[in-house]
Each structure stands twice: as structure tokens, then as C-alpha cells.
Design a protein around this ligand. Structure first.
Ligand SMILES: NC(=O)c1ccc[n+]([C@@H]2O[C@H](COP(=O)([O-])OP(=O)(O)OC[C@H]3O[C@@H](n4cnc5c(N)ncnc54)[C@H](OP(=O)(O)O)[C@@H]3O)[C@@H](O)[C@H]2O)c1
Length: 236
């Protein structure tokens, strides 16, 4: 399979890139922005993994990535990158311009990349879109209004992609992980982390490898599995 993962050089994205590159039959394209060293390391470990620099805040970078999608001859798109912050403060203290900027640098690039992938998938009558959302959509943390609002927007787009394209053998599913220890959550107070572990039914936090396994499953899933969100929070 030819696969593109956005933000595939660090955190969860790196785990996904590596998991999918283990299959030598896959050609795995992944974008990176700041994690250039890690991108190099991944490409040297996996001959089938190709890093592409793309800063979502740079329109030319996004345009260039979009223009390469047809020649990548993709079968799978994994929307993983998030170029914003998790916690910003209480909603009433966040400026509307911050909301706009966060939207422009996360949602607009994701829309443009997905449009290019869907146009290709429709011609091929085949394709899978897998989008990383968040379990914070269902158990909303204080101070995460911008993050949750952006993910909620994406959540609805994943359903639109599923319903508009099902007859072309294209699926759109998502995964909603609970808290994982990555750069995005690196500022979390260790006492909060301890509390989350204690309150967790498994007494341990979700790992990026566990989510990467779920993404791997979705890359192989039947086209009958469409419009589904897999919430990974160990809740019963
Ligand atoms: N950590 C959690 O608790 C958690 C929970 C649920 C969902 N998620 C989701 O999981 C996904 C990955 O996040 P993570 O936890 O792995 O955090 P992370 O390590 O901070 O990953 C964020 C990714 O986005 C990329 N990125 C950041 N700024 C960018 C920019 N301006 N342009 C393009 N790419 C950019 C980063 O690439 P570079 O490193 O190359 O700059 C990185 O690969 C996100 O969609 C996040 O919302 C995370």
C-alpha cells in the first residue's frame, strides 16, 4: 500500500510510520516539520519510508505536498499532525484571533490534503482515510476549548468523507485516543499524570504503540467499516 502520514516523525505519528513501514510491501510517505533528525533516522531504518518536510503554517509547503499526492498514488491517508497547543486557558480568556489562527494552521491544511487524496481515491475507486481525533471530545478537559473545537470540526468532516465517498470504495474512519505522554502533553504536571494513572482502569496510560496498532488495523479493514470512530480510553 502507498500511505501518507502527516506528522509522522514524532510522537504518535512516528509510532504509526514505523508500524506501517514494518511491512516492506508498503511505501510510507510521512511529513515532518521540526523533527528532521528523527525523519532521517526513520528513513535510514526503513528503506520504504520517505520523509517530506511540510510546515502546516507555510502555505507553499502545504501546496507542494498537495501537488505530490497524485504521484504518490496513495491508497491510505493518515491525518495525524496537530500544529497547535492542547491547553490554552479558559474559553472566555482565549482571543478569537487565536481560534482563527489555530483553525487556519490545522484544519485548512488537513482539508486541502484530504481533498487531494479523495480526488485521487475517486479515480482509483479505492482509498482509506484515517484521522486522529481525541477522547477529549467525550471527556472535555478544562482549558482545551480550541483543541477540542478543532477536533470536533474534523470529527464531522470524517463523517462527511465517509458518506460522500462510500460508493467509490473509499472509507473514512477515525481513532480517538485518551491521554498519551508525547510532546503535545509534555507540560502536564506530574501530579496530574499520577492521578490519571491511579484513576485509570488499567492503572497505566495509553501508549502511542497501542494506537499505532489500531491504525494498522484500520489500514486493512473491510470497506464495510466506514464512518466509525474508535475511542481508546479503556472505558467500559
Ligand atoms: N498526546 C495525547 O495525549 C493525544 C491524545 C489524543 C489525540 N492526540 C493526537 O495525536 C496526534 C499526534 O500528537 P502527539 O501526541 O503525537 O503530539 P506531538 O508529538 O506533538 O505530535 C504532533 C505532530 O504534529 C506535527 N506538527 C506540529 N506542528 C506542525 C506544523 N506546524 N506543521 C506540520 N506538522 C506539525 C509534529 O511534527 P514535528 O515533530 O516534525 O514538528 C508532530 O509529528 C495529534 O493529532 C493529537 O491531537 C494526542
Amino acid at each position: 500500500m502507498n500511505i501518507l502520514i502527516t506528522g509522522g516523525s514524532s510522537g504518535l505519528g512516528k509510532a504509526i510510520t514505523q508500524k506501517l513501514a514494518e511491512d516492506k510491501g508498503n511505501r510510507v510517505y510521512f511529513t515532518y516539520y521540526k523533527s528532521a533528525g528523527s525523519a532521517k533516522e526513520i528513513s535510514s531504518r526503513f528503506a520504504n519510508a520517505i520523509g517530506i518536510k511540510c510546515n502546516f503554517c507555510n502555505k507553499d509547503d502545504v501546496k507542494s505536498l498537495v501537488s505530490q499526492i497524485a504521484e504518490m498514488n496513495l491508497e491510505v491517508l493518515v491525518n495525524n499532525a496537530y500544529s497547535g497547543v492542547f491547553l490554552k486557558g479558559h474559553f472566555h480568556k482565549v482571543s478569537s484571533s487565536d481560534f482563527l489562527t489555530e483553525f487556519e494552521k490545522n484544519i485548512i491544511p488537513t482539508i486541502e490534503i484530504a481533498q487531494a487524496a479523495i480526488s485521487l481515491f475517486r479515480k482509483k475507486r479505492q482509498g482509506k482515510i484515517i484521522t486522529v481525533l481525541t477522547a477529549a471530545l467525550f471527556d472535555i478537559p478544562i482549558g482545551a476549548s480550541m483543541y477540542v473545537a478543532n477536533k470536533a470540526y474534523l470529527e464531522k468532516l470524517t463523517k462527511v468523507w465517509a458518506s460522500e465517498n462510500a460508493k467509490y470504495n473509499i472509507t473514512s474512519n477515525s481513532v480517538s485516543p485518551s491521554f498519551m505522554q508525547t510532546a503535545l502533553t509534555a507540560d502536564t504536571d506530574e501530579r496530574i499524570i499520577e492521578q490519571m494513572v491511579n484513576e485509570h482502569p488499567l492503572k497505566r496510560l495509553l501508549t502511542v504503540e497501542e494506537v499505532a496498532e489500531t491504525v494498522l488495523f484500520l489500514t486493512h479493514a473491510s470497506a464495510q467499516l466506514n464512518g466509525v470512530d474508535i475511542i481508546m480510553n479503556a472505558a467500559t
